[in-house]
Design a protein around this ligand. Sequence first.
Ligand SMILES: [Zn+2]
Length: 254
Amino acid sequence: MEKCPVCGGEVSRTLGSTWASCPYCRSPLLVEEGAVMARYAVRPSLDPAAALRSLLRWMSGSEPVVGLPDAAIGTPRLEWLPVWFARTRGKGGERTHERRADDAAVLEARRRLIPPASMIRLTGDTHPFPGASDFPQPTVSAAAFRAELEGEEVLELALVHVPFYRFTYSFRGMAYTAAVDAARGEVRPGPFPKKAEWPFNLLAVATLLAYVLPGFSFTGVATGQPAPAAATLIAYAAILPLSAAVAWLVAKLF
Ligand SMILES: [Zn+2]
């Protein structure tokens, strides 16, 4: 028998499969390979309007194509990302670990997905979120996560449901999706229409040529040819600021 991580009551290891609830305290649990685990959810702190503001801020940023905030943006859906969570004790003391429990190809290792302060353990008498029945099950096994914690004493292993808003939008006849973290407002764009790079590349080549080509005639200075006129030198010095100005215009237009 295993113990319910919420009330300590003895729970059969074969209780249901994956999603289960404690027969004593009715808390939502997760059963996998004989282990009975608690489940947590992160409290959403953004409403859909605030999530939309985050998305629009990102859309007017430097990476997306100019004009993206004019895209037709649909009403977002609140969805839940399953994330494995562990507290361990090892050489470095107590630590927490997390790993996405869905099998999406992109692992966003740069960011922590779980803000610890807003983690709420799901118990029998608290059903804080209306979407609670739609929590998706993990597709990465607890065993795979546990293997990453090798060498550490596992104090707790649990599943955390992390809320995000899924937006769909269309721009110039193409459909896209983007996710906005419902706890912190961070935008996690999928593939999106980016700024074109060719105008910048072309400009860089043109600037380089503008320096190099007259440079060949300047090398004549040392070999006894007449010095270049002041006007030529001024024009030469103007290339860089001119190029910067054109780059600024290009960034505004594309
Ligand atoms: Zn219980």
